[in-house]
Write a protein that binds this ligand. Structure first.
Ligand code: SF4
Ligand code: SF4
Length: 387
């Protein structure tokens, strides 16, 4: 079995939309699905924070939308969404800040916060550490995912890109809880591969358009690293192969050095052998010549950070909902939607949040019709919670 990966050089940023369209055309005839037959196409960029550099560039969304319109896809069937999992910052607030929301409004595309619908509990059949989890409803419902990652270093996972971008399918602060399952770099790699395994087995219609135009490197990734222009776009359907090619372009051995890629390869979740990857467009050698070596955080650092975050930081940063009594109308809707049955509600009384049952998805905050729920960090008390 082979997979095809297109590499396109962005010679001039003014023409990047054409470059994105050309990149998709390189692989379109081999896609195992038809965009025009889909009722729900979900674009999943990486919207990490309001730091524009940490996000997939909005122009990638514009490029994909231009391609879809060119081939006659009804824009009514297209949604864009993500879940950054930060305290008080949902995907739409990030999208507004970086200019993506304006593109959605102009194009008439609906933006979805992944927390705005009740997530669904899913079994991960071959999960090694994470055997079940909650998946955002838009991801569960869509029939095509257009994955729009950006290549960045990651202080726990070494790098983030095509596979790691799917971590965002877990809603809100719930990601922090699942982070706690991976208490060192290797285990966190297994958890990321567990998450990806669900994607591979449940969402067969996927394409990745990979932002390698401006990448982030160095020990401060994925949110505040050094930005470097690579002027490239990758496109393909096999995320493992895409990540390995992206890293190969940066002269870095992904299979050897990135736990979640290595784990995904061993589990057969994608193609990790370069003999089975056919490059279209710019050659791999030419791509390698035009970019400098990718600088990643050292193994010691990723291990220390994973250990500290897995044992301490995520417990403190775990998000819990808090009630703003002045705004609450005692309607009880939050208790009805809570997927963990973590809200006690009695008629004419304020809801009570059951901290130990709460999975921090923050759907109640997103869906309260009266904006009466806020989120706060669990704080030092979280260290005494048992996971
Ligand atoms: S949904 Fe909002 S307003 Fe209604 S009970 Fe819950 S917190 Fe109060
Ligand atoms: S109370 Fe329920 S809906 Fe709210 S964050 Fe916790 S688990 Fe999610």
């Amino acid at each position: 079995m082979t997979t095809k990966i297109g590499i396109v050089n962005v010679r001039d940023f003014d023409n990047i939309i054409d470059a994105i369209i050309n990149a998709i055309k390189l692989v379109e005839k081999d896609l195992p699905f038809n965009f025009k037959e889909s009722k729900y196409i979900l674009l999943k960029p990486n919207l990490l924070s309001t730091n524009r550099d940490a996000c997939t560039q909005p122009i990638f969304v514009e490029g994909v939308v231009a391609y879809l319109k060119n081939i006659g896809v009804s824009i009514e069937n297209v949604r864009i969404g993500d879940s950054p999992g930060q305290l008080k910052k949902n995907a739409s607030s990030v999208a507004k800040k970086i200019g993506l929301f304006g593109i959605c409004e102009r194009e008439g595309i609906k933006f979805v916060n992944f927390e705005s619908e009740i997530p669904e509990k899913e079994i991960i059949e071959d999960g090694l550490i994470m055997k079940e989890f909650f998946v955002s409803k838009p991801v569960k419902d869509c029939d095509i995912i257009i994955n729009l990652p950006k290549l960045k270093t990651h202080v726990e996972a070494t790098m983030t890109g095509a596979i790691k971008n799917y971590w965002g399918i877990i809603p809100g602060g719930l990601k922090a809880k699942y982070h706690l399952l991976g208490k060192n770099a290797q285990n966190f790699g297994m958890v990321l591969a567990d998450n990806f395994s669900w994607v591979v087995k449940n969402k067969p219609n996927r394409i990745t358009i990979y932002d390698l135009h401006t990448i982030m490197q160095g020990p401060r990734g994925p949110s505040a690293g050094e930005m470097v222009k690579w002027n490239l776009i990758l496109v393909g359907t096999d995320e493992l192969a895409l990540d390995l090619v992206a890293l190969e372009i940066g002269k870095f051995n992904g299979l050897k050095n990135v736990p979640h890629l290595n784990n995904a390869f061993k589990r057969g979740l994608g193609i990790g052998n370069f003999d089975e990857i056919e490059i279209l467009g710019l050659s791999l050698e030419d791509a390698k010549k035009q970019v400098p070596k990718f600088k990643v955080p050292g193994e010691l650092m990723t291990n220390i950070v994973s250990y500290v975050t897995g044992h301490v930081v995520y417990k403190i940063f775990k998000k819990i909902p808090v009630l703003k009594q002045k705004l609450c109308k005692k309607c009880g809707e939050c208790a009805q939607i809570c997927p963990a049955e973590a809200i006690n509600f009695k008629e004419q009384q304020y809801p009570i949040f059951l901290r130990k049952k709460c999975i921090s998805c923050l759907c109640c905050m997103e869906m309260c019709p009266h904006h009466a729920i806020d989120a706060k960090m669990r704080g030092i008390g979280g260290l005494f919670d048992f996971f």
